[in-house]
Design a protein around this ligand. Structure first.
Ligand code: GLU
Length: 545
């Protein structure tokens, strides 16, 4: 009996690997085209880091006329949840990061290099595992958990590295007849790689982001097929990225230490290795220390958070691009109206250490993004968002859509558009006073400098009776405000007041604040003149009275 017999007994039905090599040929793409992927596990949680990776991957594929695909890595079936796949695909679609090829959420795959979900690729892994066993580069290991524990104890006692390597590999040199006998007797086993590595030798590797790295060769006989018959991440990575013809693996840098093993697997399997780009994770600062954004501790680690808060996807995308390439910010300043697609992304300029996630900065970016939308766009976005997350607001805006549109047109579409909205969940609070019944409900508000009720009454009465005309243009309106100030003993201009504060009760700004607070119950609002125009004559008069 030889290794061929052993391979046949373990995988009697597996096809010859030439079948798959022909089925998934080299891709016919132009020189320099990047074939890359996002390979998440369907755990029911889409991490912002995954979106970040996908953004980078998709951008590179687009720029080089390559391919961006998604492969679902579900070989750890304990971690899987029901809707996991759909959540990932939907999140990518939401952010305009739809892959060129992917697993279909309703049965059929998109692309010719599938299946794009690992649990459906079992027979493929078997074919390649069989191939390695035939060549004497992999073998069945019958060690029980207790035996493995014993090995570990002995290693610790002897102060040696732990693991299944070198002289500790109990099953590596088991006679083939004996292994076959055990299999026939139903003894359970896993498949291990017979590592050709020697840790005294070094391999040099050039990571696209991290640059040159040197590692000792791998000498661990790692598991390639688990006892449930599914492959480990390492083995699946080599087989899949080879057959899917990936030429650049973009993944999180927690995998960088596995590079020696992965290069070895590619070598043993006779594959050309891809390039690797290991992305540093997004970090968070806590009590002066940096740590990874955590699924458990940080709500903003979940992609769903941004949707719920109503932060436009464009803002998230811009912000992530900011983190990815620090020159993006400068580009955006010089190209305010250009599509982000026109920015030339360079993966080798990504930071080697993790960028800090900065919510204030993201919201700032978001304010900029929203300020570029037309009133109509804002209305539509807010309607979409509120339909799902704030029914009250949704109904309010739908009462009279034309009126709602007027509200969102305030200070918009001009040279210096308003920049006060960072997310759709802010909107309600910033426009609520535009609706009479809601305005009535606002009980807490403060006049600023002028707080004497009699003075407030005088100002509002005087204004509504002698100075207010809904048809005034902006200049006339403002001049009348100054006339009113003068009449009541306030300076027409702030600087006049500052020069001689003792001559006045205050200045025109104090007067207009009284009008503003009376009309909106807010001390800070967008342009008061425009608000007055939208509220209309009747409403303004009744509020002032
Ligand atoms: N399933 C692995 C993960 O989620 C994929 C890593 C890779 O991109 O190769 O970490």
């Amino acid at each position: 009996m030889d290794s061929k017999d052993l391979a046949n007994i373990i995988f009697p039905d597996a096809k010859d690997i030439s079948y798959y090599e022909e089925k998934y040929p080299e891709r016919n793409l132009k020189e320099g085209a990047v074939v890359t992927r996002f390979a998440p596990s369907p755990t029911g949680f889409v991490h912002i880091g995954g979106l970040y990776q996908s953004l980078v991957a998709k951008k590179l594929a687009e720029q080089t006329e390559g391919v961006f695909f998604v492969r679902i890595e579900d070989t750890d079936q304990k971690r899987e949840v029901d809707n996991g796949v759909k959540e990932i695909i939907d999140a990518l679609d939401d952010y305009g990061l739809s892959p060129d090829e992917t697993v279909g959420t309703n049965g059929s795959d998109k692309g010719n290099y599938g299946p794009y979900i690992q649990s459906q690729r079992k027979e493929i892994y078997e074919a390649y595992a069989k191939y390695l066993i035939e060549k004497g580069m992999a073998y069945p290991c019958f060690c029980t958990p207790e035996e493995l524990e014993q090995i570990r104890e002995n290693q610790t006692k002897a102060k040696e590295r732990t693991g299944y390597y070198g002289k500790w590999t109990k099953c590596r040199n088991m006679p083939i007849d004996m292994a076959i006998e055990k299999i026939k007797n139903g003894v359970s086993y896993i498949i291990r790689l017979k590592s050709p590595g020697n840790p005294d030798r070094k391999i040099k590797h050039k990571d696209v982001i991290k640059g040159n790295i040197e590692f000792p060769e791998n000498d661990q006989d790692v598991i390639i097929i688990k006892s449930d018959g599914l492959p480990t991440y390492h083995f699946a990575h080599a087989v899949d990225d080879h057959l899917m013809r990936t030429n650049l693996v973009i993944r999180s840098d927690e995998w960088v230490a596995s590079v020696p093993l992965h290069l070895q697997l590619f070598y043993c399997l006779g594959f050309k290795a891809p390039k690797y780009a290991h992305i540093a994770p997004i970090m968070k600062e806590e009590n002066g220390n940096k740590r990874k954004l955590s699924k458990r501790k940080d709500p903003e680690a979940a992609v769903s958070y941004y949707k719920e808060e109503g932060i436009p996807k464009e803002a998230v995308e811009e912000y992530l691009m900011n983190i990815a390439n620090s020159n993006f910010e400068g580009w955006r300043k010089g190209n305010k109206d250009k599509d982000i697609k026109e920015f030339k992304f360079e993966i080798n300029k990504m930071g080697v250490s993790g960028a800090l996630f900065d919510m204030t900065k993201l919201l700032d970016v978001s304010k900029g993004v929203i300020s570029r939308y037309s009133g109509e766009e804002v209305l539509n976005y807010v309607l979409n968002w509120s339909e799902q997350y704030d029914k009250e607001l949704y109904e309010l805006l739908n009462r009279d859509k034309e009126y709602s549109l007027k509200i969102f047109n305030i200070e918009r579409g001009n040279e210096k558009p308003r920049k006060d909205i960072a997310k759709w969940s802010d909107v309600k609070n910033s426009i609520i006073y535009m609706f009479d019944d809601e305005f009535e409900k606002i009980k807490e508000y403060e006049y600023q400098k002028i707080t004497d009720p009699n003075e407030i009454k005088t100002i509002t009465k005087e204004y509504v009776e002698n100075y207010f005309d809904i048809n005034d243009d902006k200049e006339t309106w403002f001049n009348k405000m100054k006339d009113l100030a003068e009449k009541l003993g306030y300076a027409r201009e702030v600087k006049e007041y500052k020069a001689n504060p003792d001559n006045y009760k205050g200045h025109v700004g104090d007067i207009s604040t009284v009008i503003r607070v009376t009309l909106t119950k807010r001390a800070n609002t967008p342009d008061l003149y425009e608000i007055i125009k939208v509220l209309g004559e009747e409403c303004v008069k009744s509020r002032l009275k």
